[in-house]
Write a protein that binds this ligand. Structure first.
Ligand SMILES: [Zn+2]
Length: 248
């Protein structure tokens, strides 16, 4: 205990922030402090004032959070990242999982791709996507669907369909679907509306199909000079015809 007045260097009463160059009292209200390396009771203050430090932290967070999210979305939108997420969903699913491994699950997707490519099996005119980071589900995105909603996920009970098809199919069972079709067949109003809607769909599909052939036809015409390129496009055209025969 001492009554002696503590000597203070007046120039040390205040401290200038090295960032904003403003002068503040040298206290921990204005500067963060770190304990002195060797002496007890002596405070070391940071060069930046607290206001500047807060600002720096906020800017860093903003910049790097954005970077992480962009990288994250890019990964989740890749085929690898997207299917990892679908697989994680199956493993955690309350509906059960009969897959032996992630590889068995991925093989199912490869098999489906051989037949349908990226097109939705229910709505072939929908090219399925892997869009992430929109905050809501995208209708064209790939979703995993159990063919029989009463059975667990497994190699014999999975399809990859657009979200739109998945939502419309819901939990319908083959029994209910068959009964439903009977009721539509037996109701002349519902039958007529359905026939009309189907004819609209067919028209839509045929028109798209015609456009594809026109585009490729004109390309073939434009690459007459390059036989190799021309043959490639003719193969593409054959492929289109072949796909069409498969569908009908
Ligand atoms: Zn400052």
């Amino acid at each position: 205990m001492t009554l002696r007045k503590k000597w203070t260097n007046s120039t040390l009463k205040n401290k200038q922030c090295s960032q904003c160059k403003k002068t503040f009292p040298r206290t921990d209200e204005y500067f963060y402090c770190t304990p002195h390396r060797s002496s007890i009771g002596i405070k070391n203050y940071t060069a930046h004032c607290i206001a500047c430090d807060n600002k720096r932290c906020a800017e860093y967070k903003l910049k790097n959070h954005g970077k992480k999210t962009r990288q994250d979305i890019k990964y989740r939108e890749s085929e690898h990242g997207y299917f990892k997420e679908l697989w994680a969903g199956i493993r955690k699913s309350k509906h059960g999982n009969n897959f032996k491994s992630e590889q068995e699950f991925l093989d199912c997707w490869e098999k489906q791709k051989e037949i349908y490519g990226l097109n939705c099996p229910y709505f072939p005119w929908i090219q399925m996507t892997r869009i992430r980071g929109k905050g809501k589900t995208t209708d064209s995105n790939i979703s995993k669907d159990r063919i029989l909603s009463t059975m667990p996920y497994g190699p014999k009970n999975i399809m990859f369909v657009s979200w739109k098809a998945n939502n419309e199919k819901g939990n319908v069972t083959p029994y209910v679907a068959a009964r439903y079709l009977e009721f539509v067949e037996g109701n002349s109003y519902c039958k007529k509306v359905t026939e009309f809607e189907l004819s609209c769909l067919n028209n839509l599909h045929t028109r798209r199909w015609g456009e594809d052939i026109d585009i490729i036809g004109s390309i073939i015409d434009n690459v007459k000079h390059d036989e190799e390129l021309r043959n490639k496009y003719i193969d593409k055209l054959r492929e289109l015809f072949y796909d069409d025969n498969m569908e009908h």
